[in-house]
Design a protein around this ligand. Sequence first.
Ligand code: ADP
Length: 399
Amino acid sequence: MSNKLVLVLNCGSSSLKFAVINANNGDEIISGLAECFNLPDARMKWNISGKKDAAHLPPNSAHAEAISYIVEEIIKNEQGLAEQFVAVGHRVVHGGEKFTESVVITPDVCKSIKECASLAPLHNPAAIMGIKAARAAFPELPQVAVFDTAFHQTMPASAFLYALPYHLYKEKGIRRYGMHGTSHLFVSREAARLLDKPLAETNVITAHLGNGGSVCAVKNGKCVDTSMGMTPLAGLVMGTRCGDIDPSIIEHLVAREGYSPAGVMDILQKQSGLLGISGVSSDFRDIQSACEKGNEQAILARDIFCYRLAKYIAGYAVPLGRIDALVFTGGIGENSAMVRDKVLNLLSVFGYQVDSEKNETTILGKKGTITTENSPTAMVIPTNEEWVIAQDSASLVSA
Ligand code: ADP
């Protein structure tokens, strides 16, 4: 089978992750990160077949400069590589209700991505910049958009509607959209494979726990509920985001405590979560080592994180009825035996029993079951969003 290489671009507001992936088998030929856009020390680091390298970008570089560096200085130096590209695949955060699956990018698609930008003001404009720059660099290659929200478009209205006046949904699009869809899709498919069941008959709860985090209830292979909302601020306790709170707290802080609305949003998005509770860090590795040293606020942050997660998971028994597996993924889910142990213990009403040895050793990219034989199944599956983007891109362009 000939290689089907896809250049995968994930454009954030101030950074860009990139990878060259073989869509046939998920092999990563290049991966890298350009960061500090629009700052004097804009820079890039990358990895080619295990070999690391780094460079400064011209001061104040952004998406276009980064993509031209990737093409001219990295890809062109690898003989014959660009000739094997079949598409450029873009991660796009918000597809609104318009996009229920990945699409080949046309001028109309670009227009719709821009229209969804009010729902993701930091991310969708960055994706558009990436699409323009990639089109200039590879005018002959098809470009594909893969949406973080698309997998969640199968949620029923009972799960996606807020109890707000209905016209706010109909006229303004205010509803739950959910994020991390590509990751939830990937690990739910992998879980069905590990369970040796057809995806269309598999019910799983997937917990993607990275710097951001979300849980998803997947019934017969389709999303029926998820914890993020109209934006990524809702749901779980995250690195710096608060997740669910009483919305009146915002009014209280503005009207009675003298905060500005923008200042409150900054608190909810950047100063809360693990960082806000612990005062230590937003990074779970730091929280874990502070817990081991007996730091009480770090212990509190960890416990609130696990408790909120366990409550969400238990709640998803409602739409699923039967849970074939609970899946942990993302940096914390794939590596923190401590979190998995605590969460499964909080869920003992379901009968979960952790196999300590399997739990401790299923880390660093390993996958497998971490519960005992008599327990309901919980497993760890490393996510691979880039591979899904490459697969969708390759299959759309060959169709
Ligand atoms: P992102 O959302 O940026 O893609 P990741 O999926 O890479 O995030 O996850 C980052 C989180 O995973 C951080 O909180 C980090 O501390 C945590 N993490 C990474 N490795 C470990 C580890 N060995 N043990 C515990 N947590 C880890």
